[in-house]
Design a protein around this ligand. Structure first.
Ligand SMILES: Cc1ncc(COP(=O)(O)O)c(C=O)c1O
Length: 364
């Protein structure tokens, strides 16, 4: 009997997540010096990691023999103080990606529908499919979530609705009043998931806490991967009602967040200098990238996040040409945008190098 006859159908039809290429892979495949490669493909922090977090992580490594605190007590406590919520209103995950999966464990079964924008962060669709539920994709309108159309796409079968603001891969955001009005109008049988992975880059991020306090079925997702530069440690969190977080905590692995990551995240929350520097430099870098791309006559999507879409013609060709020069960006054909590439905002030197190589790669 062949192995795949034993497998759940949802696994066999499951699309595979395509991550940004690691520097080492590109170096090996193309015979390049890894030291000369820049990766602007995964919306990572070009300024490194929060130094306070790194110091705390190193200290935590001294006790690698101990299991971590499965309840993330200190981190949830600190997040509670930071947000003015109760510690029970948090779930900490192995990246916010894990929390998206936990939502699937808690809420999704075959026949359920999940409303999301298209294109939006691909993991919503992957998790939906993994649990045998049906993604209902609502096209963006002028590059932003079409919240009216998303509300109209809700049916009695809808379980979850994902709103990603700023959105990946477009970098665009709906306004806070738009998001709040949408959240307030969600029907009783729907859980609203508000992915705030890039919210720290926004000036006026929506604040859904008042709606959570009213008892609405809302969960907001944040990550330490971006603004604090801790992507490799895998730590993110959600906040919502205590009831929602208890359900998500019930289905997680006992030790889902390692002790190094917990220590780093705890210290990162004190590192407002690093977070502010990241946001400030990002704004300047975005402006440089817009100027540089438009200077080459290329169209961009105006972003408020730490990445940006630029229309290059044949995205795959330009991605490959840039990669041969040691500049890794993200082709977005899989997001239905074959003419575009997504570029993460780098340091001024990285941005300048990208623009220089882009000029060559798009000169046909
Ligand atoms: C919109 C969005 N949400 C969530 C994530 C997941 O972040 P992490 O799992 O690193 O916390 C990402 C990562 O790129 C993202 O772009």
């Amino acid at each position: 009997m062949k192995l795949d006859t034993l497998v759940k159908p949802s696994v066999l039809t499951q699309p595979v997540y395509e991550p940004g290429k690691p520097i080492e892979d590109v170096a090996r495949e193309l015979g390049l010096d890894p030291a000369g490669i820049i990766k602007l493909a995964s919306n990572e922090n070009p300024w490194g990691s929060s130094p306070l977090a790194v110091a705390a992580a190193k200290r935590a490594l001294e006790h690698g023999e101990l299991y971590p605190d499965g309840g993330c007590f200190s981190l949830r406590q600190k997040l509670a103080t930071r947000w003015g919520l109760a510690a029970q209103q948090f779930i900490v995950g192995n990246g916010s990606n894990e929390i998206i999966e936990l939502l699937g464990h808690v809420f999704l079964r075959e026949g359920d529908e999940v409303v999301m924008a298209a294109p939006a962060f691909v993991v919503y669709k992957l998790v939906t499919r993994l649990f045998g539920a049906t993604p209902v994709e609502v096209p963006l309108r002028e590059w932003r979530h079409d919240l009216n159309a998303m509300a109209a796409a809700i049916t009695p079968r809808t379980k979850l609705v994902f709103v990603c603001t700023p959105n990946n891969p477009t970098g665009t955001a709906n306004t806070a009043p738009e998001v709040l009005a949408f959240a307030r109008a969600l029907p009783e049988h729907v859980v609203g998931v508000f992915d705030e992975a890039y919210a720290e880059f926004l000036v006026n991020a929506p604040d859904l806490r008042p709606l959570i306090a009213e008892g609405r079925k809302i969960i907001c997702l944040r990550t330490f991967s971006k603004i604090y530069g801790l992507a490799s440690l895998r730590v993110g969190y959600g906040y919502g009602s205590a009831e929602m977080c208890a359900l998500l905590n019930r289905v997680k692995q006992p030790f889902n967040v390692n002790a190094i990551a917990q220590a780093a995240a705890l210290a990162a929350l004190d590192d407002s200098d690093f977070a502010e520097k990241t946001a400030r430099e990002n704004r300047a870098g975005l402006a440089d990238l817009v100027r540089g791309c438009e200077g080459l006559g290329l169209e961009v999507v105006r972003s408020v996040a730490n990445f940006m879409l630029v229309r290059v013609g044949d995205g795959e060709r330009v991605f490959n040409a840039l990669q041969r020069k040691g500049v890794i960006v993200r082709p977005v054909r899989s997001y239905g945008l074959p003419e575009w590439v997504r570029i993460t905002v780098g340091t001024p030197a990285q941005n300048a190098r990208f623009i220089f190589e882009l000029a060559i790669a798009t000169r046909v």
